[in-house]
Design a protein around this ligand. Structure first.
Ligand code: 5GP
Length: 199
């Protein structure tokens, strides 16, 4: 998605070998206009997939996922990382190791929010080693929901998350795919947002 790639070139900051900082438009300050375009693009790709819920994980997946949900006219559920006293329903629970925080957290979704057979589009901000996405897949499996696809805003294609998800048979739609970082610059691989439309 050219708009997103241009924005990454303009405002993204490469940190070390493998981290991209995008806190000016995605992970801290949020550009809602860009998020809306991203949400619309995911919705276009999955328009005919019969999506009944969009699912993401807090916190930075929420903004793009919300606009995808708006465009598909379905509810958004975000998996929560901390349990609080209001979460007194039966919970679907899994463990996710965070690439950026370097710690494992328990993530959960109330089981009453998803019925067996629902068709889910999973959205997340980044795909690195795939732990967040695999955790969400595990929750969907527990709910007996069908995952119709996975929409990723920024994929770091030099890490192994993409392959793990393809090995799971997932439809993957990454709007920006980073092939490598070279002298602090981002080099993109072809994105898969226009490669196919899911029916
Ligand atoms: P994974 O679970 O695929 O290893 O990593 C995905 C999660 O880690 C994302 O939800 C995101 O929060 C975080 N993450 C991974 N790589 C990056 C990165 O380069 N920059 C930022 N800001 N977050 C990242």
């Amino acid at each position: 998605m050219k708009l997103l790639e241009d924005r990454i070139h303009k405002d993204g900051q490469v940190l070390g070998q493998d981290i991209l900082k995008v806190d000016r438009f995605l992970t801290h300050q949020v550009d809602y206009q860009l998020m809306k375009e991203i949400g619309k693009r995911f919705a276009e790709v999955y328009a005919n997939a019969g999506v009944t819920k969009v699912v993401t994980i807090e916190a930075s997946g929420i903004a793009p996922a919300l606009y995808a949900a708006e465009s598909l006219n379905v509810p958004l559920i975000f998996a929560k990382k901390a349990k609080n006293v209001t979460m007194n329903d039966d919970l679907l629970v899994t463990e996710v190791y965070s690439f950026t925080k370097k710690l494992t957290s328990t993530v959960q979704i109330s089981s009453k929010l998803l019925e067996a057979g629902e068709k889910v589009l999973i959205i997340d901000d980044f795909l690195a080693n795939g732990q967040a996405a695999l955790g969400l897949l595990d929750l969907m499996k527990q709910a007996k929901a069908e995952v119709v696809g996975l929409g990723i805003v920024i994929e770091k294609s030099f890490q192994d998350g993409r392959q793990k998800l393809l090995d799971e048979g997932m439809n993957l739609t990454s709007l920006a795919r980073i092939e490598k970082f070279e002298n602090g610059k981002v080099i993109f691989a072809p994105a898969d947002d226009s490669a196919f439309d899911i029916n």
